[in-house]
Design a binder for this molecule. Structure first.
Ligand code: XMP
Length: 513
C-alpha cells in the first residue's frame, strides 16, 4: 500500500519495540518495524521521514552487539535513539558508554536542562521509566545534555541542528508520564509530519486496491465472528459487494447463542452473503473420548479445514481467500538468545489457501489489533461487537477440561453466560482483557438443603493484559465474586462449587489447556 509519510523503527531486540510503533500510529503516522540488519540501501529506498532506534537487551560494547551504519546520521533524516539506541548515537559521535554499577530500573524524575523541541510542553520533574545498565561517560561530539535524573546525569542528549536525539528512558511505556507528548514532538515539529494515517483513509485506499486486485473474481472469507475476520469481511464487502462469500462454521464449541448472534449481527447491519454451516455433530464425534489439549486442537483445526473446504468447493470460481493476519504476526523478530518452545499451538485457518489453491488477501498485514477495531467502528460494526474479549479458535473445547460432551459444554455455557453478564452489568467488561469460565474435570462434595451433593466445579478467570503474552489476574471486589458464585451455583444444575483463578502469566497461561 502507498503510505506517503512514514517512520522507520529499527529494532535492536527491545521488548518495547511494538509499543514504539503503537505510539507512533496513535498519532496517525504510519510506521514500520525492521530488524537492525535492515541495510543502508533498504533504508534509503524506504525513504523514512524519521528514524527511531529501539532499545535492546545488549550493551553496545558486548561482543556481537548489533551496530549501526553511521551513514544513517548523514541522510538528513531526524533520528531518535531510545536507550540502546541512544548508546548507538553516542558511539557514532565519539562518545563513550560504560556499564553502570547498578542496573537502573523503574521510575525516575526527569530534570530538563535548557530549551528542547523534544521536551516542549513537558513540565520539569515529570516521571519517566528507566530500564538500562549502561550510561554515557563522555559526551558525543556536537551534542548537548538536555535532561538528567538523579542517577543519570546524562539522561537525554541532542544535536538540534542535525535533529538527532537520544533518550536514556522509554517514552513509549505508559509509566513515562509525558512519553506521548515526547513522541508527538518528535513526529510533528521535528520530523514535520502531518498525521494523515487514519481509519477513513485506510478504508478508502484499501478498498480501491482490493477492487483493482480482485477484479470480478469471487473471494471467500472464513467468518469466525472474531474481530479480525469480521472487520475483514465488512471491508471486503465494501470493496467487492456480492462477490464476497462468507462461510461461518459452527463447530459446536461456541458460547451460549454465539453462532446465531454472529450471523444475526451481520444480517441486521450488513447485507453479507453468509453461509452458516452447523457442523456441531461432526466436531463432537471426532472429539469424543479425547482429553489431551493438543490433540483437541489438532482435531478441531483439521475438521475445520475439512468442513470449510467442502463448502468452498461449491464456489469453484473463487480465486481468493481473505485472512485477518495482523502486523505482530508479520514483524520479523530480532533473534534473542535461548530456545523458544511451543507452549500451545494456536489454530487458525493455516493450510487452507495452499490446499485449495487460493490466493491470499490480507488487508490487515500492516495493522495492530486496536487499529483493526478502529476500522471496524468506522465501517459501522456495532461497538459492543468490536470490543469483545478475545476468544480462542478451539473455543470451549479448551475450557471443558478433559473429555468433551454436549452435556458438559452446556453446563459451561450456562455458567459462562451468567459470569459474563454480571461483568457487563457491573460496568467492568472493558477493564478486563479476557474473562471466561472453565469446567474442571473433578467433582466435589457439597450440601444443598439436607442433601449431600457430589457435583462439578467451575473456575472463573479474568485477566488484564495488553497483548496476551503476559497477564495478571483481575482484582474483583469480594462482593462481586460472591454474587457470581451464588448465581452460578443456584442456577446451573450440576455445579456446586466456584473458585477464582488467581494465577498470573507467566508462570500460568491464560487458558487452562
Ligand atoms: P494462553 O492460554 O496461551 O493464551 O496464555 C493467550 C491468548 O491466546 C488465546 N489462545 C488461543 N487462540 N487458538 C487461538 O486462536 C488457540 O488454540 C488458543 N489457545 C489460547 C487465549 O484465549 C488468549 O487470548
Amino acid at each position: 500500500m502507498e503510505h506517503g509519510e512514514s517512520i522507520l523503527i529499527l529494532d535492536f531486540g527491545s521488548q518495547y519495540t511494538q509499543l514504539i510503533a503503537r505510539r507512533v500510529r496513535e498519532n496517525f503516522v504510519y510506521c514500520e518495524i525492521h530488524p537492525h540488519t535492515f541495510s543502508l540501501e533498504e533504508i534509503k529506498s524506504y525513504n523514512p521521514k524519521g528514524i527511531i532506534l529501539s532499545g535492546g537487551p545488549m550493551s553496545v560494547y558486548d561482543e556481537g552487539a548489533p551496530a549501526i551504519d553511521a551513514e544513517i546520521f548523514k541522510l538528513g533524516v531526524p533520528v531518535l535513539g531510545i536507550c540502546y539506541g541512544m548508546q548507538l548515537v553516542a558511539r557514532a559521535f565519539d562518545g563513550n558508554v560504560e556499564p553502570a554499577k547498578d542496573r537502573e530500573y523503574g521510575k525516575a524524575n526527569l530534570n530538563l536542562l535548557g530549551e528542547s523541541i523534544l521536551f516542549e510542553g513537558v513540565p520539569d520533574n515529570s516521571v519517566v521509566w528507566m530500564s538500562h545498565g549502561d550510561y554515557i561517560t563522555k559526551m558525543p561530539d556536537h551534542f548537548r545534555v538536555s535532561a538528567r535524573t538523579t542517577n543519570s546525569p546524562i539522561c537525554a542528549v541532542e544535536n538540534e541542528e542535525q535533529k538527532i536525539f537520544g533518550l536514556q528512558f522509554h517514552p513509549e511505556v505508559i509509566h513515562s508520564e509525558y512519553g506521548k507528548k515526547i513522541v508527538n514532538n518528535f513526529l510533528f515539529p521535528i520530523c514535520g509530519l502531518t498525521g494523515n494515517w487514519n481509519p477513513k483513509n485506510f478504508i478508502t485506499q484499501s478498498t480501491a486496491e482490493i477492487k483493482e486486485k480482485v477484479g470480478n473474481s469471487k473471494v471467500i472469507c472464513a467468518l469466525s465472528g472474531g474481530v479480525d475476520s469480521s472487520v475483514a469481511a465488512v471491508l471486503l464487502h465494501e470493496a467487492i459487494g456480492e462477490n464476497l462469500v462468507c462461510i461461518h462454521v459452527d463447530n459446536g464449541l461456541m458460547r451460549k447463542n454465539e453462532s446465531n448472534d454472529i450471523v444475526k449481527m451481520f444480517d441486521d447491519h450488513f447485507n453479507l452473503n453468509i453461509i452458516h454451516v452447523d457442523a456441531t455433530k461432526l466436531f463432537l464425534d471426532r472429539l469424543e473420548g479425547v482429553a489431551d489439549p493438543e490433540k483437541k486442537r489438532k482435531i478441531i483445526g483439521n475438521t475445520f479445514i475439512d468442513v470449510f473446504e467442502e463448502e468452498a468447493k461449491k464456489f469453484d470460481d473463487a480465486a481468493y481467500l481473505v485472512q485477518g493476519t495482523l502486523y505482530p504476526d508479520v514483524i520479523e523478530s530480532v533473534p534473542v538468545k535461548g530456545v523458544s518452545v511451543t507452549i500451545k499451538t494456536h489454530h487458525n485457518v493455516g493450510g487452507l489457501p495452499e490446499k485449495m489453491n487460493l490466493k491470499l488477501i490480507e488487508p490487515f498485514r500492516e495493522l495492530f489489533k486496536d487499529e483493526v477495531r478502529a476500522i471496524g467502528r468506522e465501517l459501522g460494526i456495532p461497538a459492543d461487537f468490536i470490543r469483545r474479549h478475545p476468544f480462542p479458535g478451539p473455543g470451549l473445547a479448551v475450557r471443558v477440561l478433559g473429555e468433551i460432551t454436549e452435556e458438559r459444554l452446556n453446563i459451561l455455557r450456562e455458567a459462562d453466560d451468567i459470569y459474563i453478564k454480571e461483568i457487563i452489568s457491573h460496568g467492568i467488561y472493558d477493564d478486563i482483557w479476557q474473562a471466561f469460565a472453565v469446567l474442571l474435570p473433578v467433582r466435589t462434595v457439597g450440601v444443598m438443603g439436607d442433601f449431600r451433593t457430589y457435583e462439578n466445579v467451575i473456575a472463573i478467570r479474568a485477566v488484564v493484559s495488553t497483548d496476551g503474552m503476559t497477564a495478571d489476574w483481575f482484582r474483583f471486589d469480594y462482593d462481586f465474586l460472591e454474587i457470581v458464585s451464588n448465581k452460578i451455583i443456584r442456577n446451573v444444575r450440576g455445579v456446586n462449587r466456584v473458585t477464582y483463578d488467581i494465577s498470573s502469566k507467566p508462570p500460568s497461561t491464560i487458558e487452562w489447556e
